[in-house]
Every structure is written in C-alpha cells, then in structure tokens.
Write a protein that binds this ligand. Structure first.
Ligand SMILES: Cc1cc2nc3c(=O)[nH]c(=O)nc-3n(C[C@H](O)[C@H](O)[C@H](O)COP(=O)(O)OP(=O)(O)OC[C@H]3O[C@@H](n4cnc5c(N)ncnc54)[C@H](O)[C@@H]3O)c2cc1C
Length: 391
C-alpha cells in the first residue's frame, strides 16, 4: 500500500517535496493556509546544486524563460550619488548565463503545475493538532476534518506551524539577525528596467528593483533594530510607523518610498532571522525548507536549499522503508550543505547592510575591487553538494 504523507505549505519546498514524493510512489496531500498559491515576493535565485534539482524535475526550460535577467545593480551613497555599478552576480556569487533568478510566484506556480493533477491540495486550511503514534499521525485540521497519515512534513516557512506543534515554540529555533525589513511594490517612476538600486546609510538600506520592464518596482527597506519589533507584528500600521520613524531623516527617494509603503497593498514585513535546529525530525514529523533551516534573504539561498532539501528528503524516504532511518539519512545528506549556505548570510548582510560609517566605507571600497567577498564565497558554497541518484 502507498505510504501517505501530509505536507504543510504550498510555496517552494512543499510542492517540490510533493513532486518528488509522488514520483517515488507516495500518496501525497498538501495543506496550504492561503486560499491559493500565494503571489508576491522578490525574485529568488536558483543556483549551484539546486539547478540540478530543477533540471531533474524537467522544469529548467520554463525557468530559463522566466529568468528575470537583472543586468545591473548600482550602489548609492546616502545622497543618491552612485558609488559603483556591477553585475548582480558579483555580489551574489551567481554565475551569469547559468544561474537563475525568477519571481518567487513564477517558481511557486510552476512547481504547483508539476503536481496539481497528481496530488491532493487542501487550500484555506491548516493543521490544528498532531498526534504521533506507532501507527501514524492523527491530524485535525482547522476545518475540523480528521485524518491519519503515515508521515507529516512541515514546509510552512520560517514561522512554521508544524514546527511549533511538533518541536515547540519558534523562539527555541529562531536566531534574530538584528534587523527587520519591509517589502512592497510601487510605481516605477525612475524607469528602472532589469536593474536594481541599492541605497545605504549606516544601519539602513533601501533597494529598488525593476524586474524586466515592469511598470512597478519592488522596494525593500532594511534596518538594524537591537530587539525584534514584536509589537509591530500583525499590525501593518505599526509596521509602517516603525519604518517611517527609522528612515525619517533620510534623503534620496526615501520620502517617496515611505509614502508608497503606506498605500501599498502587498506590504510584507518581517525580521531578518534564521532557523537552526539540532534535528529536523521528531517521530513521524519532519521539516523541510525555511521551516527547518531558513537562512534569511541575506544568504540568497533560501529557495535553493529548500529545493535541494525536498529532493533529499523524498529520496531518502523512498529508499528506506523505516522513516527514522530515512530522516536521519536526510539530515546526514543535507546538513553540511544547509549550514554552509546559512553562513553566507553574514557576508551577505555585511555587503547589503553595513552597520557603521566605518563598515560602510569599507564596503564601498570593496565594491570597487574585482569581486565582493560574499560573491566568491557564495559561488563555492552554492555548488558544494553533489546530488545522489535515487531509484
Ligand atoms: C508570499 C511570500 C513572499 C516571499 N517573499 C520573499 C522575498 O521577497 N525574498 C525572499 O528571499 N524570500 C521570500 N519569501 C520566502 C521564500 O519563498 C523562502 O525563503 C524560500 O523559497 C523557501 O521556501 P519555503 O517553501 O520553505 O517557505 P515559504 O516560501 O515561506 O512558504 C511557506 C508556505 O507555507 C504556507 N503556510 C504558512 N503557515 C501555514 C499553515 N499554518 N498551514 C499551511 N500552510 C502554511 C505559506 O502560506 C506559504 O505558502 C517569501 C515567501 C512567501 C510565502
């Protein structure tokens, strides 16, 4: 009989895991809190080993079509004067012509499309309780439905509900990186096309991103904050007030960004943070993607390690009938890769968000060199895992 797996979350890790589990002969159900695949989000990168995953899934040609092909990032001083312009790969460690940058929603829709006919999707629902026992996991959903699965996997992001239910509160695993960010879209009044602007003043950063030839640009404003601004969570007005107070005295386009933020219908606010866990499984419940090892956007690798993790978890479950052995093998196969990619966040943060005037001056000096430390380091780490072949 086919083993039944419930996957929580239908963004990147969830549908990728569902695809591989289905291909290995599992019966898969995916539950997603939103009423459809969620849109929005910055372009995400697929690099190194993750490219091999999407190639094996057969979606590489579609992803090449969706590649947003950003050609230039210009770093700006606080008054808006340019410091230096460069290819984005110099900063990220991506490889021009090989690595991919696609809108997060394009990847999510594409992955969903690979499994939507083969896998059961339950939208507008969420796991309410989990009861793990010898025979399986009894699950109650928010909708009141009760079902039993052989295994449950949380692919429900950095604030994972599955992790909370099976492993305990987020505070036990969340490592705050000392900063918060607000992302939103706004009119492309600067006429940016396939390019980004990266503005800095000590401890604050604003990025404007013109994706292809869109009429909108994505704006993201990041800032250091000693303590996570917990009071601003769940209250968009408090989030806007906080960002506005932090950037209140800044020049360049900042006043226009702050005004646009207040009327944006897609404001996305969160703290920069990582998830670190000593193990990614507990009984019959496991985690994948940001739920298990969110690296933060400073690493540029959240999507890639989610794709690689999904491939490895499904493959190990397929080759080992005992889920405990399979979960241990998944950990063994993925951990070094995951942790070295998480570590990239620190050089990424130093490049994007220098904290002091001295740090900023050093970063600006480094921009004028042949490549940034974050780029060199990233290139090696992104490709540091050779995918195993599973039957
Ligand atoms: C709307 C959105 C915008 C994003 N924007 C960016 C961005 O701009 N830059 C960036 O670097 N990363 C962004 N991310 C995160 C990025 O997608 C991930 O870092 C990475 O791709 C790993 O994906 P994941 O599938 O593990 O987690 P995520 O992409 O975070 O997906 C988690 C999924 O689980 C769902 N979910 C959450 N709680 C529950 C629940 N209780 N029950 C069922 N489902 C649940 C969510 O709705 C979501 O679909 C965004 C994610 C989302 C969902």
């Amino acid at each position: 009989m086919k083993r039944k797996v419930l996957v929580s979350g239908a963004s990147i890790a969830g549908p990728a895991l569902a695809y591989w589990l289905h291909r290995h002969g599992f019966e898969v159900t995916v539950v997603e809190k939103a009423d459809a695949i969620r849109s929005g989000g910055y372009p995400i990168d697929i690099r190194g080993t993750a490219l091999d995953v999407v190639r094996r899934m057969g979606v590489l040609p579609q992803l090449r079509e969706a590649h947003v092909d950003t050609r230039k990032i210009t770093f700006l001083h606080a008054d808006g004067k340019p410091v230096h312009a460069m290819r984005p790969e110099t900063l990220t460690g991506g490889v021009e012509g090989r690595d991919l940058e696609v809108r997060r929603q394009d990847l999510a829709y594409l992955l969903y499309g690979t499994v939507r006919d083969d896998v059961e999707f339950l939208f507008s629902d969420s796991i309410a309780t989990l009861h793990d026992h010898d025979g399986g996991v009894d699950v109650t959903f928010d909708s009141g439905t009760r079902r039993t699965f052989d295994l449950v996997v949380g692919a429900d992001g950095i604030h994972s509900n599955t992790r909370r239910l099976a492993f305990g509160p987020e505070e036990d695993y969340h490592h705050y990186l000392g900063c918060s960010f607000a992302g939103f879209s706004m009119a492309n009044e600067l006429g940016l096309s396939r390019e980004g602007l990266c503005w800095n003043t000590p401890g604050r950063n604003a990025v404007l991103y013109g994706i292809k030839d869109s009429d909108d640009v994505l704006a993201i404003m990041t800032f250091y904050q000693e303590e996570p601004p917990l009071r601003a969570f769940r209250d968009p007005r408090a989030q806007c007030d906080l960002v506005a107070s932090v950037f209140a005295d800044d020049q360049w386009e900042i006043p226009r960004l702050l005004a646009a933020m207040r009327t944006a219908d897609d404001l996305f606010f969160d703290v920069g943070g990582q998830i670190h866990m000593p193990q990614w499984s507990n009984g019959r419940v496991a985690l994948v993607g940001d739920a298990a090892y969110a690296p933060s956007f400073f690493s540029g690798q959240g999507t890639s390690i989610a794709l690689v993790g999904a491939y490895l978890l499904a493959g190990e479950l397929a080759t080992r009938p005992d889920h405990t052995a399979a979960f241990a093998a998944y950990d063994e196969a993925a951990r070094k890769f995951v942790e070295s990619n998480q570590a990239l966040a620190f050089s990424g943060r130093a490049s994007l968000l220098p904290r002091t005037a001295e740090d900023l001056a050093l970063r600006n000096q480094a921009l004028l060199g042949p490549s940034l430390p974050s780029g060199d380091e990233g290139r090696a780490v992104n490709s540091s895992l050779q995918l195993p072949d599973y039957p």
